[in-house]
Design a protein around this ligand. Structure first.
Ligand code: SAH
Ligand code: SF4
Ligand code: F3S
Length: 438
């Protein structure tokens, strides 16, 4: 394996930040003269950009590594990246001889150098968590699709008792204002119409006196950018100014992802969430006062240690109180090294399964009601892919719904449509001018 690889494949799992990191790794390897392997082509370097948030993440990563062995016994160069890499560190290379590089989420700017070392037969590990170093070392952005991610904040100091992220992503840090604006400019020049600002606690972003609302207002002035979104927020870091921005900033989309996790104050306390159910609902009401049509989404965990039927019913009540347009729900998964994993009273898998089903059914009722209530609205969609039928395109509404439309349009086009039907997972739209002509 003395010759450096010429082709690579990056597989990203987990959250949008991993998608962003995967894109940046690809750009970096591209800048080194490597190219992405085509579909079906055998890449000479494979990067597994992993997620550690739930279930048997580490075991899954090792079995994914094992499957990279080719029929003739050879294998590509293999880099374990992302949050499992951070959590496992050098242990990964003790577990298997197939991993040449272990690279954590804050160290991937060193990947090209690591690849060179690995190609020369050395095994390398870098799981340092230096603040901001990588962003300064990455090559400039070039081409992108119509909807781009931009990491502005990384890491977490909240230490919810169930969560690994503070350990895998490090402490909360914010990128400087100027470098974010420059990257946004480059993304727009490269084809982005929509930018989603990313952070584990994106609403904690700050640079000097500037907070997230000021960043959003600055991006609102970027010519060529049509839409701004941000995710994920924490109730504790929410500011009046950010709420107000939702009523005032034209390009800021009417959508808020604000995880609550549970509707039971007792469980929220055990989770170390630092908010209660009522405070959360009041916060949502203030967003609705600023922007009445705002779509609210959230995350839930069922079966946190000690969760009783009464606690779970409080979760169903908060779902009804908020009327989520969308929400993600998960069975509690004990993560190695987190306080909750050592708590008494772990809930059985059977009970978790049953609660998850009831919760998802309740969430689905509200999201379908939200979609049905959208029918009749005139709005704009951002086309992001082709539909299954010829002539059909799919785009996103401001409320992040998928909308199917018959139209001759390019990916990246913004179309004026009227929403005419609502299915369980998507809406139907017709072009506004077509309707006017009919
Ligand atoms: N603030 C974060 C949350 C990251 S994890 C962000 O920026 O996205 C995403 C979601 O995974 C959490 O909101 C939580 O609902 C869920 N989650 C985290 N740890 C979990 C665990 N141990 N078991 C089950 N779900 C978990
Ligand atoms: Fe995890 Fe809580 Fe931090 Fe979100 S806020 S990343 S759930 S510790
Ligand atoms: Fe997963 Fe790490 Fe994101 S654990 S959810 S990839 S921050």
């Amino acid at each position: 394996m003395a010759t450096p690889p010429k082709t690579f494949r990056i597989k990203s799992f987990g959250c949008q930040m991993n998608v962003y990191d995967g894109e940046r790794m690809a750009e970096m390897l591209g800048a080194e003269g490597m190219r992405a392997a085509d579909d079906g082509e055998d890449a000479e370097l494979v990067v597994l950009n992993t997620c550690h948030i739930r279930e048997k993440a580490a075991e899954k990563a090792y079995s994914d590594v094992g499957r990279l062995r080719r029929e003739d016994g050879s294998r590509p160069l293999i880099a374990l990246a992302g949050c499992v890499a951070q959590a496992e560190g050098a242990e990964a290379q003790r577990r298997t001889s197939m991993i040449d590089m272990v690279v954590g989420p804050q160290a991937y700017h060193r990947l090209p150098q690591m690849v060179a070392e690995a190609a020369a037969g050395r095994r390398v590990v870098d799981t340092d968590l230096p603040a901001l170093t990588k962003f300064n070392a990455l090559p400039a952005r070039r081409r992108t699709g119509p909807s781009a991610f931009l990491t502005v904040q990384e890491g977490c100091d909240k230490f919810c008792t169930y969560c690994v992220v503070p350990y895998t992503r490090g402490a909360e840090i914010s990128r400087p204002f100027a470098s974010i604006v420059a990257e946004a400019r480059a993304l727009v020049d490269g084809g982005a119409r929509e930018i989603t600002l990313l952070g584990q606690n994106v609403n904690a972003w700050s640079d000097g006196d500037r907070c997230l609302d000021a960043l959003i207002r600055a991006l609102d002035r970027l010519d060529g950018l049509e839409r701004i979104r941000y995710t994920t927020s924490h109730p504790m870091d929410m500011s009046d100014a950010l709420i107000a921005a939702h009523g005032e900033v034209a390009k800021l989309m009417p959508y808020l992802h604000l995880p609550v996790q549970s509707g039971s104050d007792r469980i929220l306390k055990a989770m170390n969430r630092s908010h209660d159910a009522e405070g959360y609902v009041r916060l949502i009401e203030r967003f609705r006062a600023a922007r009445p049509d705002i779509a609210i989404s959230g995350d839930f965990i069922v079966g946190f240690p000690g969760e009783s039927e009464a606690d779970f019913e409080a979760t169903l009540r908060i779902v009804d109180a908020v009327r989520y347009a969308a929400a993600y729900s998960f069975k509690y998964s004990p993560r190695p090294g987190t306080p909750a994993a050592a708590m008494d009273d772990q809930v059985s898998l059977e009970v978790m399964d049953e609660r998850l089903q009831r919760l998802q059914a309740r969430i689905a009722e509200h999201s379908q009601a939200f979609n049905r209530a959208s029918v009749g609205r005139s709005t704009r969609i951002l086309i992001d892919r082709k539909g299954r039928r010829p002539g059909q395109m799919i785009g996103k509404s401001p409320w992040l719904q998928s909308v199917h439309v018959e139209a001759e349009a390019e990916i990246g086009a913004m179309l004026d449509v009227t929403l005419v039907s609502a299915g369980p997972n998507s809406l139907g739209g017709v072009l506004a001018h077509r309707q006017a002509a009919a």
